[in-house]
Design a protein around this ligand. Structure first.
Ligand SMILES: O=C(O)C(=O)C[C@H](O)C(=O)CO
Ligand SMILES: [Zn+2]
Length: 276
């Protein structure tokens, strides 16, 4: 399990490009037949990928959690970014088509992940935070969701936001999670950008072709830097950092947050004239 430590905003500007990636970039979340996890000190975030192929994969409790099972003190959001798959939790079984999601409440039995077709494996993206209470486990079907349209063609940022885990949608302790689909011909997500001092955030990019990348921008609004991100990779974003990206081709991304409150709109928008 890779461990990411906190970074002070005043130190951000001094990082070399390699250090910037080491501190904030999570490469290769999905490895055939494996589970791979990352632990970020901020908000005690766990970010991972599970890609079963021919055999089921049982969610391990990494040693950093010092827990008997992954969900002992944690809630988990899962979104399937690959082919069809199944998650078994005790006696319950959930079938997740591409882009379906699952919320696991604190205390859930150890989930077991399988792919319907090893040649087109499921890719379960996992985001988890500590939980103080138990909310019911819920399957979230993408087809049944209504998205919120945002942006304009003239600014190249037409996109649709789907909230999977949020107050009034699927209840959780602190996790807020969803997907944004960028419309054909648009390139930008989250522009103008924002920070949210009361929450940290993780962006996991997906649906990119092998030739495409996203230029992800981060940092304090007056000292931004870029990180090149490919499909199946994530970037962590402390509360003081903007998080926005432009793709060289079609893409989507999973966003997810933990922290002080669950109000999606509790964000400080940064006027473009304040960016540097
Ligand atoms: O495209 C967007 O705008 C987003 O998806 C914004 C993210 O959901 C976000 O950063 C929420 O804080
Ligand atoms: Zn945000």
């Amino acid at each position: 399990m890779q461990h990411y430590h906190d970074v002070h905003p005043a130190d951000f500007d001094r990082l070399s490009s390699a250090e910037l990636r080491q501190r904030f970039h999570l490469p290769r979340l999905f490895r055939p037949g494996q589970q791979s996890f990352n632990y970020w000190d901020v908000d005690r975030t766990v970010i991972g990928g599970i890609m079963p192929t021919t055999a089921p994969v049982e969610l391990e409790a990494p040693p950093n959690l010092a827990a008997d099972s992954f969900c002992e003190r944690r809630e988990v959001g899962i979104i399937n970014l690959g082919g069809a798959g199944r998650v078994e939790v005790g006696a319950q079984s959930f079938d997740l088509a591409s882009k379906d999601g699952l919320y696991l409440g604190r205390g859930s039995r150890t989930p077991v992940f399988t792919s319907a077709d090893p040649d087109r494996p499921a890719r379960f993206y996992v985001l988890s935070y500590p939980a103080h209470a138990t909310h019911p486990t819920k399957l979230i079907k993408f087809d049944a969701m209504e998205g919120t349209a945002l942006g304009e063609a003239v600014t190249g940022n037409v996109r649709t936001i789907f909230k999977y885990i949020a107050p009034g949608v699927v209840e959780s302790c602190q996790l807020v999670m969803g997907i944004t689909l960028i419309s054909k011909g648009s390139v930008w997500n989250t522009m103008p950008p924002h920070t949210h001092m009361r929450r940290s955030e993780v962006y996991c990019y997906c649906d990119l072709s092998d030739e495409s990348v996203v230029m992800h921008f981060m940092g304090p609004p007056d000292a931004t830097r870029s990180v090149v991100v490919r499909s199946g990779e994530a970037v962590i974003s402390p509360s003081w950092s903007i998080h926005a990206g432009a793709g060289t081709g079609a893409y989507s991304f999973v966003w997810g947050m933990g922290g002080e409150n669950q109000d999606f709109d509790d964000m400080d928008k940064v006027p473009l004239e304040d960016l540097s």
